[in-house]
Design a protein around this ligand. Structure first.
Ligand code: PEP
Length: 258
């Protein structure tokens, strides 16, 4: 089985740098224990407040070889007046390699449209970062494939085949994300069905499909192995469980045993 990609989306946690250091310390200790047998690569996406410090920590010790720095968002433009935003150029200077684009919390709670997501995706590509593009339906009903097709068409509008192939897709059904009211858990079967729909849509429109597919939606130590034992699921995007250090190490240890 090829190495799985584990992306930690810390959202607005932890609230202090000391806690963030605590999470990374424990993971570093675990990586030391694992020695040569690492079946995963890691990406940490802290809040902008800690991104520089976390980037420095990721360049040290065992984390250096296994973990990369990611951002949770990026500004639509590089050089303009945009209060509160962080540009791709700024992120690049801090060593950010990956950027989460179109997370459902931004789409649905902050009203980020497919068009804005498309501009952010172009910004990440322009700045030589690997976009982790989130997509997923709000409801699992008979229209879910149509919904995904429209989301893909709008989100990737104007990208070249080469640019599309550089993207990582994170399939995150909105109804399974733990912060959403009424969230309920997904099954590997329905995740695989959606990933296959997404691949078909890419092939139909662009005659190619991105190579890496992550699953996200309340991933934790109880369900991670079920999703990741599927060959077609190349990794996971972990939200809440990634800032709970014991839980996150448990997830890594389960991935090591797949
Ligand atoms: C996420 O942030 O991408 C996510 C899936 O959140 P959670 O794991 O907390 O549901």
């Amino acid at each position: 089985m090829s190495k799985k990609l584990i992306v930690a989306n810390w959202k607005m946690l932890p609230t202090t740098l000391a806690e963030a250091e605590g999470v990374l310390d424990l993971i570093n200790d675990y990586l030391e224990l694992l020695n040569e047998k690492k079946e995963f690569s890691l990406v940490f996406c802290p809040s902008f407040v800690f991104i520089e410090e976390v980037g420095k920590i990721l360049k040290t010790s065992h984390l250096e070889h296994e973990a990369e720095l990611g951002a949770q968002d990026i500004a639509v433009e590089d050089e303009t007046a945009l209060t509160g935003e962080v540009s791709g150029a700024m992120l690049q200077k801090l060593g950010v390699r990956y950027v989460i684009i179109g997370h459902s919390e931004r789409r649905w709670k902050l009203g980020e449209s497919d068009q804005v997501v498309n501009q952010k995706l172009k910004s990440a590509i322009r700045n030589d970062m690997v976009p982790i593009v989130c997509m997923g339906e709000r409801e699992r009903d008979e229209n879910f494939s149509k919904f995904l097709e429209k989301q893909i068409t709008n989100t990737f509008e104007g990208l070249t085949s080469d640019e599309i192939s550089r993207c990582i897709i994170a399939y995150e059904p909105v109804w399974a994300i733990s912060t959403n009211p009424g969230a309920h858990s997904d099954t590997p079967q329905s995740a695989l069905e959606s990933i296959s729909v997404i691949k078909e849509v890419f092939s139909k429109i662009y005659h190619l499909s991105p190579k890496t597919y992550l699953y996200g939606g309340s991933v934790n130590s109880k369900n991670v192995a079920n999703f990741l034992k599927e060959e077609e699921i190349n990794g996971v995007l972990v939200g809440g469980a990634s800032v709970n250090k014991e839980e996150f190490v448990k997830i890594l240890s389960l991935v090591s045993k797949l």
